[in-house]
Design a protein. Structure first.
Length: 171
C-alpha cells in the first residue's frame, strides 16, 4: 500500500490557504494516466482565464507528489456544447501551459463519471473540452467515456489538429 501526502494547492492564487473555489462540487483529485496529473475544479471561467500560477512553486510541488501537471477546469451547463474549459500547467516537465491536451481532458471525462458530476445514460458520456483561450491558442478536445456498472471503463479522446512545425532528422 502506498502512502500519499495531501497538499492544499493554492499556487494558483495570490492568497494562500483560501481553499478550493469550486466549493466541494469538484474534489481536487490526483489522476494517474501514466504520468499522473492533478485535477482542480473551479467555479468561474473568468477566474480560470485570469490564473497566473507560480510556476516555480508548482514545479516544487510536482516533484514532491510525483505528478506532471495540474489541470484546472470549469464545468459549464452547456451540455451538447463545450462542457469544460480548462488550462493545463506542467512546468515540472518544461511546459508552462499546454494549449490543448487529451492527457488532461481524457482523465477529466473519467473523473466526471466516477464522481457522478454529470448526467449520463449509464453506457456512454461524451463532451467537448476547450483549452487555450487565455493564451490565444483556442482548441477543442472531444472526449467519450464508456461506462460499465456506473464507473468509467474506457476513454477515447479526439479532435482536429494543425501542423505548426515540421522537420526531418537524419541519423
Amino acid at each position: 500500500m502506498k502512502n500519499y501526502r495531501l497538499y492544499q494547492v493554492d499556487s494558483f492564487t495570490k492568497n494562500l490557504f483560501q481553499g478550493n473555489p469550486a466549493g466541494g462540487r469538484c474534489p481536487i483529485y490526483f489522476v494517474s494516466t501514466a504520468p499522473p496529473n492533478v485535477l482542480v475544479g473551479i467555479r468561474e471561467r473568468t477566474t480560470l482565464n485570469g490564473l497566473k500560477p507560480n510556476l516555480e512553486k508548482l514545479t516544487e510541488i510536482s516533484r514532491q507528489i510525483r505528478c506532471n501537471g495540474y489541470f484546472v477546469f470549469v464545468l459549464t451547463d452547456a451540455f451538447g456544447g463545450v462542457l469544460s474549459p480548462g488550462r493545463m500547467f506542467a512546468p515540472a516537465i518544461g511546459i508552462p501551459e499546454d494549449p490543448v491536451t487529451g492527457n488532461a481532458n481524457g482523465p477529466l471525462g473519467a473523473y466526471l463519471v466516477q464522481h457522478r458530476l454529470v448526467p449520463n445514460d449509464g453506457r456512454r458520456f461524451a463532451f467537448e473540452g476547450q483549452q487555450g483561450e487565455a493564451i490565444g491558442r483556442l482548441g477543442t478536445v472531444e472526449v467519450a467515456v464508456d461506462i460499465a456498472e456506473g464507473r468509467p471503463k474506457a476513454v477515447q479522446v479526439g479532435g482536429r489538429a494543425v501542423t505548426v512545425f515540421k522537420s526531418e532528422i537524419t541519423l
